[in-house]
Design a protein around this ligand. Sequence first.
Ligand code: DX5
Ligand code: ZN
Length: 215
Amino acid sequence: MVKIAPSLLSCDFTKLQEEVKKLEESGVDYLHFDVMDGQFVPNISFGLPILEQLRQITHLPIDSHLMIANPEVFVGQFADAGSDIITVHLEATPHIHRVLQMIRQHDKKAGVTINPGTNVNLLDPILSEVDLVLVMTVNPGFGGQSFIEGMLEKISYLDDYRKANGLSYEIEVDGGVNAETAALCRERGADVLVAGSYFFKHDDYHEPVRRLRGE
Ligand code: DX5
Ligand code: ZN
């Protein structure tokens, strides 16, 4: 069954604890935590102090998506603050292999991600070093954008590649995921679906969980 990772970017931050409780009760698998630095992406979101507090109120795995330049400077702090998975952008560092090693040295799951304009083959040399690959289906920086269908081929490529090479990384998809686009992602072999604006427009979170799983 596909895993569901709501993007907290779209939740009600005035009620963070209530939101987390509702998410836990609805059966989601990860909490997706979008960190933006105003440099790598043209927006600023939230960072370490919020993550530390979030860690204190949930046992759900926290899936940190670092949309920040030079992530090697910060991955240690994001590990210590309570992330379970740390995903970094290939485009954000000249030393992607080193950053992934750093994440694993902190005993965290290492994820890598690429922008829509980046060729998926560029990941080949590091696919044996990752626990998760995140396929961006919008240009990162904002919630509420439309799913770019041309990115579905990247999911198929990554699914074929792991089968052919005996690898077991998870394939996660992020951006414009709703009930319809989720079905396309599941068909291609996605394991984890991130959803922000679609998810949080519901009052009862059991509903988007069911629909995104195709139940
Ligand atoms: C985009 C973020 C996403 C975003 C998804 O930069 O990485 O996680 O919150 O939001 P929706 O589901 O609204 O596209
Ligand atoms: Zn994200």
